[in-house]
Design a protein around this ligand. Structure first.
Ligand SMILES: [Zn+2]
Length: 283
């Protein structure tokens, strides 16, 4: 495996990273669309159980089933319709069967993930470490878009991301394990305190518990030394985002907006350079 990485030509490494990024982006589209629906189904099921109603028999709905289909005409997509970016371009952004306009979110996520992976590939050599950072970034993209669309940060993504970060540093020793563990704990606790303080002062809930878990996961990957700077950059982005939102929508001061995307952008800023340790520079 490691020999394989050593034999990779720099150009091949970039091209493979691009293809990998676009393909992963295509899977992220499935995750982004389906996980919130899976959560709603689960809540409905739990409510049914709590009210002692017989559970309704439903078609399985998860990341694999049912197979990808057009949401307008329900037609199952053929292999040719599933090629990331290419299918969208060939069909000019419409369903090949019923001509319904498809969301621009699909090609945007695919292209964005491709760009992020290539950027990582230009900064870091071919290695398992770089692949792990790609996985971290891909999960963050899914979380940011889900939070933006639905105000949810699913435990199904934040918690495995946290554990993955701790295991990553345990296995590869990129950071001393203490820094990763303390990063996770402090990420959660700092936002929890901010949340309680805000609630005490304004009687309002300014964030959700998903935000704490997301910063805990980011802390596990970036270490305790980066938690505060991630939070400050995120708060700055969030403020700019909130003011723009307010200006554009003429919304009231209390119009809610998600904090997850700001945390994710701040984490990206750190992965791509601004961090207290030099990522991946160890061969
Ligand atoms: Zn269709």
């Amino acid at each position: 495996m490691f020999n394989l990485f050593n034999q990779l030509e720099p150009t091949a490494w970039l091209i493979l990273s691009l293809i990998l990024g676009i393909s992963v982006g295509s899977f992220l589209n499935v995750v982004i669309y389906r996980i919130p629906i899976m959560m709603e189904n689960q809540w409905a099921e739990e409510l049914n159980l709590a009210q002692n109603q017989t559970p309704q028999v439903q078609e399985p709905f998860n990341l694999l089933r049912p197979r990808s289909h057009c949401r307008a005409c329900q037609k199952k997509l053929a292999l040719l319709d599933l090629i990331p970016l290419v299918s969208f371009a060939l069909n000019r952004g419409r369903c090949g069967y019923c001509q319904t306009q498809m969301s621009w979110q699909y090609p945007l996520i695919e292209a964005l993930t491709g760009i992020v992976f290539v950027t990582l590939a230009t900064l870091f050599p071919p290695s398992m470490l770089t692949l792990a950072w790609m996985g971290f970034c891909a999960t963050l993209i899914a979380l940011a878009v889900i939070d933006f669309n639905t105000f949810l940060l699913p435990d199904q993504l934040t918690l495995p991301l946290l554990w993955a970060g701790l295991l990553f540093h345990l296995l590869f020793g990129e950071l001393p394990l203490e820094q990763a563990v303390l990063g996770a704990a402090s990420g959660y606790l700092i936002l929890w305190f901010v949340f309680q303080l805000f609630k005490l002062l304004t009687q309002k809930e300014g964030m959700g518990y998903g935000d704490f878990k997301l910063l805990a996961a980011i802390g596990a990957w970036l270490g305790i030394n980066n938690v505060l700077s991630v939070l400050f950059i995120a708060a700055f982005i969030g403020l700019a985002f909130g003011l723009t939102h307010q200006y554009l929508k003429k919304a009231t001061v209390h119009a809610p907006f998600p904090f997850g995307p700001s945390l994710v952008i701040a984490a990206f800023v750190h992965v791509f350079g601004f961090n207290s340790f030099s990522l991946l520079l160890t061969p």
